[in-house]
Every structure is written in structure tokens, then in C-alpha cells.
Design a protein around this ligand. Structure first.
Ligand code: PEP
Ligand code: MG
Length: 595
């Protein structure tokens, strides 16, 4: 379709660091379509649904085409979209779909899927690689029609080649888990926020990820070579030799920096003036356990248990959970884990879990609310946890608590579970510490009350920031509002620290803010002493802690607490940190090609 495109750089938002180079693979989200038969009097309605979906798809393509035309005329990308629009009128697709609806009494989406499969089968038999590659164009168009029919996106992972860079409008945490395991080298998406759970998994797997790349459909073709620089939020399409050398150089320097930081090894996380800081790891998947050990995590401050189950079609039984917990405890070799009870909902939904979507899933029946409403599910997890606690020490953490009543309800179920285990004569340990995540504004305000009724607290800044600033952490359109150094956030943290201290309860922070070395002084200055983060962040945070004098951090906090806007605070903090730690926090070398 026209001349070879030329190199182009697109900017998105840095989500997971690292540099990936590979062939772009579009995961347009193969829409999950189930076979659905209709009765004759529904044929007309299904034909109408199909016709509407074609019209909507065409309008979407036209809109993008107009945007392109406004920027760069009717060049290569414009013509690709023209071809895509023509495919929407293709007889093999349109007439065949209509025939399947009419004659085989299939739902519109099932008929489209069948027609697409037939077309793909023809493409697959074509020897000429150019035409075979056009398969992906049909894919894009077909999935677009299906999305307009059913609205829900799922993915096909089996066809993604190892080393590919996967791009999609959006990806789920389960997509990234499976694709990461299948050996892809990086990701970029149009949607998504940098603290979404999808990104959390990419970081856990050490895979570069850029989110919020706008309108990439206009510029990228599947099969094109791409470079993703996750740390800088950059995307290079069809790089030339000079760009390849430049990014290879960056990758080498990043690796060297990681090695240098890792050399801190087992040295204690202690400030110059002798303050001991606790650095723990957040885990999502069992395969991260060795990394946590390698980087010297002292404990596991947050184990997001729901990630163990996102890829499954059903929720696990108590026995399966017990087995998982025991293998986690064994793999962790004495690092005490804090297991968070299921935090399902929002962007984390196993196929088996039916939750009312609500108009705003982030504020819906998720997390502890779901567990309290599904006592059977909650009790199975708690039983497994109390039984596992007999094998090795662990802690239990409740997510998204918004009030004392919820905490009491959760604690009561724990008491009930222990009484039942006792009665049944099943071995368990009933002295497990119970903690509360402070991640809703109400929990932050009543942290003093919660602290009196639990054993420990941990601040989940990812959610706390989203709720305090009323900015969905998954929505790229409000990503610009996500500012951990917003004065409102700083005051909330200060209040929580004071509340925990007054109640004499241990307090940690396990949101992403804890693992960003640019914020280490602010958090130390605010009084935090316990940080839990993605394991790969531990070396750099430790190197900052070891070069810190607490007095300096406290002075910085005194200065910023007077400031009124997040940009003023950021200017002071980032300026200070980048000035003091140029080698650890920035890629200070000039961008020169790798030798
Ligand atoms: C948080 O909200 O900060 C947190 C640690 O939990 P999650 O990112 O899993 O919501
Ligand atoms: Mg959270």
C-alpha cells in the first residue's frame, strides 16, 4: 500500500522503564464472540445491528482519515484507511455475514466472526507475503466491526511472536501477564494510565510500556519495526540505523546503571545519620519472588493475591489457594509476606466473576466490598490464609476500606473463620496481624480510628491519589492530573503518618509513590520509614536512602509544605533530587550511539 513509511517518533506517557526493539504486533483485541443462535423473527433486528456497526466503523475510520488529512494530506496512512473503509463494503464480508445471519440464524457478531474466518483462511493460502500480510488489515477492520457490535475486547495471544512489541488500544492485566510469559519484549497502548494494574504487571515482569500514545493507528502498520523507550515514554516507528544505535546505546547505559545500583546489594537501607529504613517488595506473580530476593527486599509489603487468579476461568478453591500460599511462603525464604485479600473489580476481573459493572467501576462493588458481599469467596481465601499461617508467619491486609464498619465486618469474618477451623480440627494460626490499606479519602481522614482497630496500616497511593484528585487512574484523558506531589496528597500523607504514630501502629506505603526515588526524600521527611515497591525499584531507592541525611529531607518537606500548587512543589523536589543524585536518577550521559 504505497511507499515505505519513514521513521517517526511518537510520544506517550512513560509507564514501565526499559527499551524494547522488535516487530510491532497489533493486538486489536480479538473480540470474544460466542456462538449465539437466533430465532427467525430476530433476523431483521440482527441485520440492523450489523448495518449499524458498519456505519459506526466507517464513521470512526473517516474521522481518523480527516485528522490525518488535516495534518499531512492524503499520503500513505490516509490511503491505508481508505482501503480499510473499502473493506467495510467488501461483498465477501458484508454479503456473507448477511447470508449467515439469514440462513444459519446466527447472531450478527457470530456471523461476522464466521465470515472473517473464511476470508482469513483464503489469505492464509496465499503464497505472496505481501498479500498474506494484508491479513492484518482485515483483522483490524473485522475486529473494529465486532467491537462496535459487542463493545467488549478480549485478546488472542497465541499468535504473538516472541520478541514482538505488542500494541493495542488497551490491554488488560491478564493480557500483559500472558504475553509477558509468551516472551514479548514491550508494549504501547493508546489508552491506559501509568498506575493502572496493567502497567503494574508490566513493571513486575520488567517489560517496557508506554501508555497514552495518541492516534497511533494513523502511523503504524503491523510488522513495522519499532522501538519503545518505556522510561522516556517514546515510541520510534520504523527506526533508521542511527536511531537503532542511539537506543541501543541507551539500553546499554540503563543496564550499566542497574548493575551499578544493584552493587549496593545486601547493604542496609540506612541514612548517613543512621536512620534505618525498611524496604520491601510488592509482588503480583510468584515468578517475581527470586527478583525480590536478588534485590534484597526485606519483606513483601504487598502481595496482590488476585493476580494469581486473573487468567483463570474460575475462582480457586480453598485447597488451591492454600497450595499457592504455601508455595509462595516457601519461595520467599523467610521474607514475611503481607497478603492482601482479593482486590477484584475495576480493571481486575477473572472471567468467572460477575460483578455489576455500574457506571463507574472504580467506585463500584469492588475490592473489600465484593469480598464482604460474597462471604463464601472471602471465607475460602481467609481459611487458606489462616491455614498457611501455620506453615510460616504472614500478615493479612484488607484493600479499599472506607470506614470502621467495613473493617469490623472483615475482622468478624476472620474471627468466624478461625472458630470454624478450630471446630473442624484443621491446623491454623489465629494470631495473624490484620492490616488496612489507606487508599480512600475517608480512610485517610479517619486513619486514627482505623489505626486503633487494626494491627498495621499501609498507604496505597495509586488509589488514594485517584480518589483524592478525582482522576481515574486508568483514563489517559485525566492522566495529567495524577500528581503525587499535589499539596492535597502531601497533607493526607502527613495526617496518616501522625495518626498511625499516635496509635502506635506500624505504617508503610505500598503504592507506586513509594518506589519512585524522586519522592524518597519527601516521604522520609514526612515521617515514613517503611516502603514497599516493585522489586526492581529497590536498588535505586536504597542508593538514595544511603546517601541521605534525614535533616536534609525534613528541610525539603518544611519548604514544600508551604507551597500551593503541584507544579511549584515538583519544581523544588525534582530540581533538588536530580541535582543531588544525577547518576542514579537520570540518564546523564549524552545520547551517543553504542560503540
Ligand atoms: C494502591 O492503590 O496504591 C495499591 C498499592 O494497590 P493497587 O495498585 O493494587 O490498587
Ligand atoms: Mg489500590
Amino acid at each position: 500500500m504505497g511507499a515505505r513509511p519513514t521513521m517517526r517518533k511518537l510520544m506517550g506517557v512513560s509507564a514501565s522503564p526499559g527499551i524494547a526493539m522488535g516487530v510491532a504486533h497489533f493486538l486489536g483485541g480479538r473480540v470474544q464472540v460466542h456462538e449465539r443462535r437466533i430465532v427467525p423473527h430476530q433476523v431483521e433486528a440482527e441485520q440492523r445491528r450489523f448495518a449499524d456497526a458498519l456505519v459506526r466503523s466507517d464513521a470512526e475510520l473517516e474521522r481518523i482519515q480527516q485528522q490525518i488529512a488535516a495534518k499531512e494530506g492524503d499520503g500513505h496512512q490516509y490511503r491505508i484507511l481508505e482501503a480499510h473503509r473499502l473493506m467495510l463494503t467488501d461483498v465477501h464480508l458484508v454479503e456473507e455475514t448477511r447470508r449467515i445471519i439469514r440462513e444459519e440464524l446466527a447472531s450478527a457478531e457470530w456471523a461476522v466472526r464466521r465470515a472473517l474466518d473464511q476470508i482469513q483462511a483464503v489469505f492464509d493460502r496465499i503464497e505472496n507475503p505481501y498479500f498474506r500480510d494484508r491479513r492484518s488489515d482485515i483483522d483490524m477492520v473485522g475486529e473494529q466491526i465486532l467491537r462496535n457490535l459487542v463493545g467488549v475486547v478480549a485478546s488472542a495471544h497465541d499468535t504473538v511472536p516472541r520478541g514482538a512489541v505488542v500494541f493495542a488500544h488497551d490491554l488488560s492485566p491478564a493480557d500483559v501477564t500472558q504475553l509477558g510469559r509468551a516472551g514479548v519484549s514491550g508494549f504501547f497502548t493508546e489508552g491506559g494510565g501509568k498506575t493502572s494494574h496493567t502497567v503494574v504487571v508490566a513493571r513486575a515482569l520488567g517489560l517496557p510500556f508506554v501508555v497514552g500514545v495518541q492516534d497511533f493507528v494513523q502511523h503504524i502498520l503491523p510488522g513495522m519495526s519499532v522501538i519503545v523507550d518505556g522510561g522516556r515514554g517514546e515510541l520510534i516507528l520504523d527506526p533508521d540505523d542511527a536511531a537503532r544505535a542511539l537506543y541501543a546505546g541507551r539500553a546499554v547505559r540503563e543496564l550499566a546503571r542497574a548493575h551499578r545500583l544493584a552493587a549496593v546489594g545486601e547493604a542496609p537501607a540506612q541514612t548517613v545519620d543512621g536512620l534505618r529504613v525498611h524496604l520491601a517488595a510488592n509482588l503480583e506473580l510468584l515468578e517475581e519472588a527470586p527478583v525480590a530476593a536478588e534485590v534484597g527486599a526485606e519483606s513483601i509489603g504487598l502481595f496482590r493475591t488476585e493476580f494469581l487468579y486473573l487468567e483463570r476461568a474460575d475462582l480457586p478453591s480453598e485447597e488451591e489457594q492454600y497450595a499457592h500460599l504455601v508455595s509462595a511462603l516457601t519461595m520467599l525464604g523467610g521474607r514475611v509476606p503481607t497478603f492482601r485479600t482479593l482486590d477484584l473489580g475495576g480493571d481486575k476481573l477473572p472471567a468467572s466473576v460477575r460483578m455489576p459493572a455500574g457506571s463507574n467501576p472504580a467506585l463500584g462493588l469492588r475490592s473489600i466490598r465484593y469480598s464482604l458481599s460474597q462471604r463464601g469467596v472471602f471465607k475460602a481465601q481467609l481459611r487458606a490464609l489462616y491455614r498457611a499461617a501455620k506453615v510460616a508467619p504472614l500478615r493479612i491486609l484488607f484493600p479499599m476500606i472506607s470506614g470502621v464498619a467495613e473493617l469490623r465486618a472483615a475482622r468478624e469474618i476472620c474471627t468466624e473463620v478461625c472458630a470454624e477451623l478450630d471446630q473442624e480440627g484443621v491446623p491454623f494460626n489465629g494470631t495473624v496481624p490484620l492490616g488496612v490499606m489507606i487508599e480512600t479519602p475517608s480512610a485517610a481522614f479517619i486513619a486514627d480510628m482505623l489505626a486503633e482497630e487494626c494491627d498495621f496500616l499501609t498507604i496505597g497511593t495509586n488509589d488514594l491519589i485517584q480518589y483524592l484528585l478525582a482522576a481515574d487512574r486508568q483514563d489517559e484523558h485525566v492522566g495529567y492530573l495524577y500528581h503525587p506531589l499535589h499539596p492535597g496528597i502531601l497533607r493526607a500523607i502527613r495526617h496518616i503518618v501522625a495518626s498511625a504514630a499516635r496509635a502506635g501502629k506500624p505504617l508503610a506505603m505500598c503504592g507506586d509513590m513509594a518506589g519512585d526515588p524522586l519522592f524518597t526524600w519527601v516521604l522520609l521527611g514526612l515521617g515514613l520509614r517503611d516502603f514497599s515497591m516493585a522489586p526492581r525499584q529497590i536498588p535505586v531507592v536504597k542508593s538514595v536512602v544511603r546517601a541521605t541525611d534525614l535533616g536534609e529531607a525534613q528541610a525539603l518537606v518544611r519548604q514544600i509544605m508551604e507551597l500551593r500548587t503541584e507544579s511549584e512543589v515538583e519544581e523544588v523536589v525534582l530540581g533538588k533530587m536530580r541535582g543531588r543524585f544525577p547518576l542514579d536518577l537520570t540518564d546523564a550521559d549524552d545520547d551517543k550511539p553504542a560503540a
